[in-house]
Design a protein around this ligand. Structure first.
Ligand code: BES
Ligand code: MN
Ligand code: ZN
Length: 496
């Protein structure tokens, strides 16, 4: 795997002391266009200031200005724009970090002088976010490239800050979250021949090293639980299904847990209602919800979050074969409700029906949030920049919207209602698994809601955001890891 940079923090020298650094040196600049005191110490004869003037560099967010050999002993300086520094949240600081890494991808040593001109100060959280952006930018899934590896050299990025101890502390937590994002990206990027349900469960099991309790339920156990909806989806696969339960017990023993449930279809051919060939390879990412839940559990454990959290992932493969389920089949879910299969390609909701029911039944959580690459229709509605949010609870929805704004993992609330629910009533069973052509993301959400009862619940349709979303300053990967930072923030803001 591509080498990620190692991150360190050092003390920012006094501006009146001339410092000599090796490698590339980076300065931060806000929209005021002023060099910081730390930067000015490098610019005794004013060449950097002149370069800024000549190029009309204005410190725009994540813009960069390269100045080659600006002073004796310094090879290269990059001034990195930070935009309106006072208004930058985590996501903007991560963009700054992404630009830093991009500007110096091949440098072995990078020093970032972390101060700003004028009154503005860089908080420890901002510095940590810059570091997170740099590390995530460096992520490159090149496991299966035997040639043309982009990043094999070791790199050390040192952030020179006023208070290294505070920055280190903030980074320790954010680094754990960053590692969770990377796990989620890895899982989404892995091809389905390598990552089947059994292999995915084994990856989840690795979280035990970090103190997560991991239970893996096999096919026999799922049969005993009568998870007919989940099992029906896997029926056409030669590989057995799994349901994984992850528990992080960081809160008080008596506290009800928060719960996260993920759709983990390791590959979605559509089944007998088979998908067209074009682009079908993307369906190796149909476990993006499960990947995010796994990455989130790693993040919570890694930063020792003071919360009790449950992560449940339903792992199956949707294949057509002689034993596959058919349109017209009727299956009985764990809840006892029966489902008429209209389209075997609407399989994610079937997996989640049993996983959600099991989750609330066994754990009585404070709330339950599921993530799923559930519908193409959500991409039609929201494109790749927002995940669809459906919820039976305004407070939970508001908290998710706020966490989305803070982290840049944006969500947009969509409606639920009886008129939509009616569309999935079935002639032959309690419900059918599709609701017709219109409002496809909403009828999918209505289906899920039939398996949640009274518990505060939110469904995130991440079909447009978990994979194939546009690259940005801190994500160049197909699998984005969407949801890990969002939900970690929800937990740290409201439930710790
Ligand atoms: N996994 C797909 C949804 C999807 C589509 C995810 C594109 C990512 C990108 C899901 O299982 C599916 O096939 N949904 C169908 C539902 C339909 C048959 C009611 C869809 O969206 O077309
Ligand atoms: Mn499908
Ligand atoms: Zn699917």
């Amino acid at each position: 795997m591509a080498r990620l940079p190692s991150i360190a923090f050092s003390r920012l020298e006094q501006p009146d002391r001339r410092i000599s650094h090796q490698g590339t040196v980076m300065f931060l600049m806000g929209q005021d266009g002023e060099l910081s005191p730390g930067a000015r110490a490098f610019d005794e004869d004013g060449r950097i200031a002149r370069a800024i003037g000549v190029s009309e560099f204005a410190g725009k967010l994540a813009a960069g200005l390269d100045v080659i050999a600006p002073a004796a002993g310094i090879d290269r300086v990059v001034v990195v724009g930070c935009g309106e520094t006072a208004n930058n949240g985590e996501s903007n600081w991560m963009k700054v970090g992404g630009r830093i890494r991009a500007a110096a991808a091949r440098a072995e040593r990078v020093t970032v002088i972390c101060d700003l001109a004028g009154e503005a100060e860089l908080s420890a959280d901002a510095v940590a976010a810059v570091a997170a952006g740099a590390k995530l930018r460096a992520y490159d899934f090149d496991l299966y490239k035997t040639k043309d590896k982009k990043s094999s050299k070791a790199q050390k990025i040192t952030f020179a800050v006023a208070d290294p101890a505070a920055a280190r502390k903030a980074w320790k937590a954010l680094d754990a979250i960053t590692d969770g994002v990377i796990t989620a990206r890895d899982l989404v990027n892995e091809p389905a021949n390598v990552l089947g349900p059994v292999e995915f469960a084994a990856r989840a099991k690795e979280l035990e090293k970090q103190g997560v309790e991991v239970e893996v339920l096999d096919e026999k156990a799922l049969r005993k639980l009568k998870m007919g909806a989940l099992l029906g989806v896997n029926q056409g696969s030669v590989r057995p299904p799994r349901l994984v339960v992850m528990k992080w017990n960081g809160g008080k023993a008596k506290d009800a847990p928060v719960a996260f449930v993920g759709k983990g279809v390791v590959f979605d051919t559509g089944g007998i209602s088979i998908k067209p060939a074009g682009g079908m390879e993307d369906m190796k990412g149909d476990m993006g919800g499960a990947a995010a839940v796994t990455g989130l559990m790693q993040a919570l454990a890694g930063r020792k979050a003071k919360v009790n959290a449950i992560g449940i992932i339903g792992l199956v493969e949707n294949m057509p074969d002689g034993n596959a389920q058919r349109p017209g089949d009727i299956v009985t879910s764990m809840s006892g409700q029966t489902i008429e299969i209209i389209n075997t390609d609407a399989e994610g909701r079937l997996v989640l029906a049993d996983a959600l029911w099991y989750c609330q039944d066994r754990f009585k959580p404070k709330f339950m949030i599921n993530l799923a690459t559930l519908t193409g229709a959500i991409i039609v509605a929201l494109g790749h920049h927002h995940a669809g949010l459906f919820s039976n609870n305004d407070e939970l929805a508001a908290n998710l919207l706020a966490a989305g704004q803070e982290t840049g993992e944006a969500v947009w609330r969509m409606p639920l209602g009886a008129e939509y629910d009616k569309l999935i009533d079935s002639k032959f069973a309690d419900m059918k698994n599709t609701g017709g052509r219109w409002g496809g993301s909403i009828t999918a959400a209505q289906f899920l809601q039939r398996y949640v009862n009274e518990v505060p619940w939110a469904h995130l349709d991440v079909a447009g955001t978990a994979m194939g979303s546009p690259k940005n300053e801190y994500n160049q990967s197909w699998g984005s890891g969407f949801g890990v930072r969002l939900l970690d923030r929800l937990v740290s803001d409201k439930y710790e």
